[in-house]
Design a protein around this ligand. Sequence first.
Ligand SMILES: [Zn+2]
Length: 317
Amino acid sequence: MVQGNGNYERILEKISRSSGLEKAEIERRIEAKKAKLSGLISMEGAAQVVAAELGISFENEKLKINELLPGMRKVNTIGKVMNISPVRTFTTKKGEASKVVNFWIADETSNIKVVLWDTNLILLIETGKIGVDTVIEITNGSMRDNEIHLGSFSQLKPSAEVIENAKTEKVFRHKNIIDLKPGENTDLRAFVLQVFEPRFFNVCPECSKKVTQEGEVFICEKHGKVIPEKRAVSSIVIDDGTDSVRAVLFNEALSKLGFSQLDDTDKFSAEKGNIIGKEMVFTGNVRNNAFFNNHEMIVDDIKEVNPDELIMELEKN
Ligand SMILES: [Zn+2]
């Protein structure tokens, strides 16, 4: 949500700069556009419509990664390659063999996933012309959700630009539960609907990996015989009004949620009563749970809802 508001501010500034109109006037037009579309469009979406109506296009501009918004077409940006997935081959609906490869790029503002669908562009990676740490220039990409997709009309080439202080730490992008996809890092605001009893397991005190028990002895694959630490894991169900999702929480996240005594069943049940119905901001990674065949969120962090943000949103609506 912080990310969302930040994007909105940035797009607003860009429209103001390019059009010469006051920010207040642009905001008024955006509000009007949003009202006309019965609120079915996000503030960022409405801002893009207003930009298009003012004849402002981002086509000829190089955008910073944190200025790239879902739905944008013909985007240009520069970033340093952080990592590259192996090239995958697949068969198209027409029965043709095709390839796809993903990689992440970063600049000093943010980072983003890039998906290549064009075999000529993929060749740049297969031949090593583009690799990890190469600074690349993307022309004519299109945004699908929070990814840049490159097809045969897109261009990709190494750039001479130098990027220092590339922001490589995970960027969490605000999403609604109904739009979650596996592999994404996201933050979302949701209510706790259900909390399940924790399960406990033993980890190595050095590397935090699960240990195996052999009789009285605990063995870490890497550190051998260790005195393990007990960890808890619990599932909860959260709901943001668009849908609900199962979220998996480990010790630290459980205590941030408000549990003080995980291995005391009575206390856990008592505290659970206060936690159900709470609204919090959850940050984590989405993955597919093969057993339940649905999405689940592995929660990294939980924060209280920031009251200033709530007020800002209420004022906007
Ligand atoms: Zn270990």
